[in-house]
Design a protein around this ligand. Structure first.
Ligand code: ADP
Ligand code: MG
Length: 564
């Protein structure tokens, strides 16, 4: 009997800590073990400088319900007795990291090395579901195999073992089910298939499993009543190459769209696909989608923004919020980076500099795509605007207006000119020579605004007016204050000073002539109005109400509707 060795003290402490805190989902143990197996195959491949046949590489999953074991084996580099002790007896010692550094000194392989692992806590996650772990390993180039066994608590033993092929086999004896925890599910084919699809689909080596399937008996194939039989089929459960890692020019629209619908649960094709890679201080690939319509539950408080996060093709988490600003919360997609740790947690994301750098590149890219769409595909942009314009407006005044400069040119407003949506730039470009301000008028809908006396007057004098119909519009104007040095001016408020000298004189005269009438009207209306004035503002209507210099009518409405 081999002598039992204790885990190093700090390992034991970390073991407890890790199981209870870093990993919130027990199921990720499988992802960790598969990613280790994949690393081990990488190492085997690179240390043999490619003189091996990659077609023999595989990771195999074998559930055994009777024995209550789940076995994961690989054809990787294997571990010697010392390595078993070093790597599995000491937590937070990342063999992968050391290996990577070693390989980096060897310039020949420079860009080929792509190995997961910065923290070295991955392997221990198996203790979240296993009451005992047995690792049998045979190192590449050695005749001896060793067996490492541990229950996680009381230490581990290492003894010689029998193993024919190079590589590692890990046997998990699953914990007993409890009221809250179902460990037996990790022996079910469909659970395993699901987990592999979810977390490890893009592992570059085949993940294989013998799967029972029902098939038509060969000899009854052509008969009217085909008979079925249960056969065991060796299936590869992962698709191995992630879509986003493939060459852009070789991916069809259909593939992009299908991937979107499968991954982000939409029934409609996206409006835009943005697929790009960045090399540099932080390297990453992003595959982003602008949906063609507002996502389900978008205005519900449970809606989660964010992108999926992958590290070297391994799924880390859904809805990484830090990757998207709030005003782009409708964007779906994923980011894959080799510069992040596989064990990064949500709490760590907030402080991760690399993640911040990625987020800022993503924001820039999306905004430049939208600008492009606006200039080159106006119709498409207007469709986008109808679905998501409100978010962009929100972006202008949210965050103390910090983002207004990068968003103002993406804004569209309905205009009196040709009854179309216009950009602020278009408006200012065709402003009349004598026009100082950008005029806008608010109201609940375009048709009502269009009938307002002041709008009629402005139109008659050939001034363009923006029609603001969203409650947030006036906040947007207040945040922007100016555009290309032109002030935003609510045309329904105060005096626009549009009259010529001649018109002014005429008005003065009319006021004088009707002094008594105006006085009588003011007295009759008492304090329901502040003032009764004659005005050149009116074209067809005999009378109109205007707001003074304070709050506009629309703002008053917004405030009146706010919860008290
Ligand atoms: P990491 O993968 O981040 O290095 P882990 O805790 O997941 O940390 O694994 C610790 C170490 O154990 C690895 O670095 C590797 O050296 C070794 N190891 C784990 N699983 C295997 C395996 N299947 N084959 C070979 N070595 C392995
Ligand atoms: Mg690992």
């Amino acid at each position: 009997m081999a002598r039992k060795k204790q885990f190093k003290a700090e390992s034991k402490r970390l073991l407890d800590l890790m199981i209870n805190s870093i990993y919130t989902h027990k199921e990720i143990f499988l992802r960790e073990l598969i990613s280790n197996a994949s690393d081990a195959i990488d190492k085997y491949y690179y240390s043999n400088a490619g003189h091996v046949d990659p077609s023999t590489f595989e990771i195999r999953i074998e559930p055994n319900k009777e024995a209550r074991t789940l076995t994961i084996s690989d054809t990787g580099i294997g571990m010697s007795k010392e390595e078993l002790e070093e790597n599995l007896g000491t937590i937070a010692k990342s063999g992968s990291l050391a290996f990577k550094e070693q390989m980096e000194n060897n310039k020949e392989h420079e860009n080929d090395v792509d190995i997961i692992g910065q923290f070295g806590v991955g392997f221990y996650s198996a203790f979240m579901v296993a009451k005992e772990l047995c690792v049998i390993s045979k190192k590449d180039g050695s005749d001896e195999a060793y067996k490492w066994i541990s229950d996680g608590d009381s230490g581990y033993t290492i003894e010689p073992a029998e193993k024919e092929t190079t590589g590692t086999t890990i046997i998990l004896t699953l914990k007993d089910d409890t009221e809250n925890d179902d460990y037996s599910k990790y022996l079910e084919t469909y659970t395993l298939k699901d987990l592999i699809k979810k977390y490890s689909d893009y592992i570059r080596y085949p993940i294989k499993m013998n799967v029972e399937t029902s098939k038509i008996k060969e000899e009854t194939k052509d008969s009217d009543k085909p008979e079925y039989e249960t056969v065991i089929e060796d299936q590869t459960l992962n698709s191995m190459v992630p879509l986003w890692k493939r060459q852009k020019s070789k991916i069809t629209d259909e593939e992009y769209n299908q991937f979107y619908k499968d991954h982000f649960y939409d029934y409609a094709d996206p409006k835009r696909v943005i697929h790009f890679s960045v090399e540099g201080n932080v390297s990453f690939t992003a595959l982003l989608y602008i949906p063609s319509h507002v996502p389900q539950g978008f205005y519900h408080q449970d809606y989660k923004k964010g992108l999926q996060l992958y590290c070297r093709g391994v799924f880390i988490m859904d809805h990484a919020e830090e990757l998207l600003p709030d005003y782009l919360r409708f964007v779906k997609g994923l980011v894959d980076s080799q510069d992040l740790s596989l064990n990064i947690s949500r709490e760590m994301l907030q402080h991760d500099h690399q993640l911040k750098a990625i987020a800022s590149r993503i924001e820039k890219k999306i905004l430049s795509e939208l600008t492009n769409m606006l200039t080159k595909e106006r119709e498409t942009y207007e469709e986008f605007w109808k679905e998501f314009g409100l978010n962009i407006k929100f972006g202008v005044y949210n965050n103390y207006g910090m983002d207004k400069d990068k968003l103002q040119d993406l804004l569209l407003f309905y205009s009196s000119k040709d009854q179309k949506l216009v950009t602020l730039n278009e408006y200012v470009n065709r402003m009349k020579e004598d026009q100082k301000d950008i005029y806008f008028v608010s109201g609940s809908d375009v048709n009502l605004i269009d009938k307002l006396p002041i709008v009629q007057t402005l139109k008659k004098k050939d001034y363009e007016v923006l029609y603001l119909t969203d409650e947030v519009d006036e906040f947007v104007m207040q945040t922007l204050m100016t555009y290309r040095e032109k002030t935003f001016r609510n045309a329904a408020q105060g005096d626009l000073d549009l009259d010529s000298e001649e018109e002014k004189q005429e008005l003065e005269k009319a006021k004088e002539d009707n002094k008594e009438l105006l006085k009588f009207m003011k007295e009759s209306l008492h304090d329901q109005v502040a003032e009764v004035k004659l005005s050149n503002r009116l074209i067809d209507d005999p009378v109109c109400l205007t707001a003074g210099e304070g709050l506009s009518f629309e703002m008053e409405k917004v405030f009146a509707n706010m919860p008290k």
